[in-house]
Design a protein around this ligand. Structure first.
Ligand SMILES: Cc1ncc(COP(=O)(O)O)c(C=O)c1O
Length: 402
């Protein structure tokens, strides 16, 4: 008997295949697994870990039996998040009714789409996209609709391009700001234009602000929910994984409009009931003043890695026009005249450095690789020392030196 045909609905059977953007991920991973001493810049999970104060608070919670269910979120964490949103993000929410603590922001996105979508409803996102967004749209039987973006515009979507793809089935637009894979940082005017569009065309905006702390070069992260008119139209997704170095702790949050929060809470309850209680005590400490110096240092560490990486690529013959974000981002390889998959494979085989071809995140990633600054600076330097001679062999001999 074919168990898959008998038990797995057809719409689920191609679930994985549709997530890969046409890039042959298994082949690439097999190649990578055969290499010794690989420097992997393609993960989203960094070497850095949570602030000691957060670890202590979580351990203390375990020791003292603070281990019971807390359904919508630990009240202390909801309060702390409310304060953080008000002071850092200028977003006003009622923590007792509008915030939900989730198992990672992955669960936040999934809960939102499980709540909002009828089968066949469309959700706009950027191309290149964060694959988890596409996955959670598909899991809710929605249809992801891609809005092309370009490195020449620093990967910010053009609101007119977003609008052009709205149909009667469109429910909303989900985007990572700062971006993954792109490290785009949306300007106020772009956010305002998108929000105006949400009003005009009656859709929702769903910013994912997981990387909110990593913005450089004098730019500032702006939460769309802080703009006038955002209250009923913006669902903000956030989390502790990246900005607080807590990937495996699985903590995220949703700041939802009042009309949505109640039903969203029920759907999330059906999915996982609650997030881990000791972890939430850790998160309270991560948001406290005690952890501030630690995370200020983390910010500087990513800034240093980013600065070095951009300068080293440029010196090797691949000039970059960097986006203001960090942690993950895009390498412009257009000067090589080769495809993203080709260059990723050459970097892997000849430099033993792994970076995803950005086509793994949508066709508009062609000409780019995606990096993650997830290794210490000395490893990054070793990686660039290996890549620099490889890059030189890829550049046309007529290419001007930079
Ligand atoms: C943009 C973005 N959103 C959401 C997630 C999911 O992260 P988590 O569930 O750990 O919060 C990731 C992970 O890489 C991401 O890059």
């Amino acid at each position: 008997m074919d168990f898959t045909q008998r038990f797995v609905p057809t719409f689920r059977q191609d679930f994985k295949a549709r997530d890969s953007g046409g890039f042959d991920r298994p082949r690439y991973l097999k190649l990578a697994s055969e290499l010794k001493d690989l420097i992997s810049l393609n993960s989203g999970d960094p070497d850095l870990t949570a602030a000691p104060a957060a670890v202590e608070a979580a351990v203390e919670a375990l020791r003292t039996g603070k281990t019971h269910y807390v359904y919508r979120g630990l009240p202390e964490l909801l309060e702390a998040l409310g304060r953080k949103l008000a002071t850092e993000n200028r977003v006003t929410v009622d923590p007792r009714t509008q915030l939900i603590v989730t198992n990672g922001s992955a669960e936040a996105a999934t809960a939102v789409f499980q709540t909002l979508l009828e089968p066949g409803d469309e959700v706009l996102t950027t191309d290149p996209y964060y694959s988890g967004h596409v996955g959670s749209i598909l899991a809710a039987r929605g249809v992801p609709v891609l809005v092309p973006t370009s490195g020449d515009a620093l990967w910010e979507p053009d609101p007119a391009e977003v609008e052009a793809r709205i149909t009667p089935r469109t429910k909303g637009f989900i985007f990572a700001n700062p971006g993954n894979p792109s490290a785009a940082v949306y300007r106020r005017e772009t956010l305002q234009a998108l929000l105006d569009l949400a009003h005009r065309r009656n859709i929702l905006m769903i910013p994912d602000e997981l990387f909110e702390r990593y913005v450089y070069d004098g730019h500032r992260h702006i939460s769309m929910a802080s703009l006038p008119g955002a209250a009923d139209r913006v669902i903000t997704l956030g989390g502790f994984s990246k900005s607080y170095c807590m990937t495996g702790w699985r903590l995220g949050w949703i700041a939802a409009p009042g009309w949505l929060a109640g039903i969203l809470e029920q759907v999330r309850y059906a999915m996982s009931m609650a997030a881990g209680t000791p972890n939430q005590w850790g998160a309270v400490a991560a948001l406290s003043d005690a952890a501030r110096p630690y995370y200020a240092q983390v910010y500087r560490t990513y800034g240093e890695r980013r600065g070095y990486f951009i300068q080293a690529l440029t010196a090797a013959g691949l000039p970059q026009q960097p986006t203001p974000g960090a942690f993950v981002g895009m390498v412009d390889i257009r000067r090589t005249g080769r495809t993203s998959s080709e260059v990723a494979e050459i970097f892997l085989r000849e430099g033993r450095v792994a970076m995803w071809p950005a086509t793994a995140f949508g066709p508009h990633g062609e000409g780019w690789l995606r990096y993650g600054l997830v290794v210490p600076l000395d490893k990054l330097k070793e990686g660039m020392a290996r890549l620099a001679p490889v890059i030189r062999t890829l550049l046309p001999s007529s290419a001007p030196r930079v």
